[in-house]
Design a binder for this molecule. Structure first.
Ligand code: E4P
Length: 217
């Protein structure tokens, strides 16, 4: 399973990269705005900065909602760096654009996916990745992990190669549940990745080993 970090914060990206287990990055307009990045030039530069930290796929989201606009923006984003993946919303115009990008060899991440039917459309259009938002589904009192299981099954039935990128992760438990369900990738806040380290028996065991080690002289 690949680990992506879900942030536009360069310090957190560097911290996750230093762990040695990071495979890529996802951003979205909300995460970019949170970092105070304003204006087209600053946004484009920020994507390049991220690509210079992590050698793996970096999702950069289009803001247009019409086919021509999505294509124009996506082509410009893809030219920024070889690792850019164009993030396209799950709407009719988005699916048409994903098919266009797929035919041109431009990698895509179909975002804002909340059902298996939407994931099926994304795969048929040739999306490189599909992003089911499991945390937001849980927040709505449905079962986000169950959606991952459903998409895994549908893709297996037909041999779709679109990677399932579990997004909107809220906890380390979500990561483990998505791994059990067979997601190809989890994109996570740094806190959820770091949560995977935690177990009280590890801390207790290490303290005891270090204490006993003092007796070794
Ligand atoms: C990533 O690709 C998604 O945009 C992100 O995981 C959404 O997360 P949120 O539901 O915490 O905003």
């Amino acid at each position: 399973m690949k680990f992506f970090i879900d942030t536009a914060n360069l310090e957190q990206i560097k911290e996750a990269e230093a762990l040695g287990v990071l495979d890529g990055v996802t951003t979205n307009p909300s995460l970019m705005a949170k970092e105070g990045i304003k204006g087209e030039a600053a946004v484009l530069k920020h994507y390049v900065d991220i690509c210079n930290i992590v050698d793996g796929p970096v999702s950069a989201e289009v803001l247009s909602t019409d086919f021509d606009g999505i294509v124009r923006e996506g082509e410009a984003l893809a030219k920024l760096h070889k690792n850019i993946v164009v993030k396209v919303p799950m709407i009719k115009e988005g699916i048409k654009a994903i098919k266009y990008f797929s035919d041109k060899g431009i990698k895509t991440n179909c975002t804002l996916v909340f059902s298996a039917g939407q994931a099926l459309l994304a795969a048929k259009a040739g999306a490189t990745m599909v992003s089911p938002f499991i945390g937001r589904i849980d927040d709505s009192n449905w079962d986000g992990v169950q959606l991952i299981e459903q998409i895994v099954q549908v893709y297996e039935n037909y041999g779709f190669v679109t990677e399932i990128l579990a997004a909107s992760i809220r906890s380390p438990l979500h990561i483990v549940q998505c791994a059990e369900a067979g997601a190809d990738i989890a994109t996570c806040p740094l806190t959820s990745i770091e949560g995977l380290f935690k177990h009280p028996l590890t801390d207790i065991g290490l303290a005891k080993f270090l204490e006993d080690a003092k007796k070794m002289g």
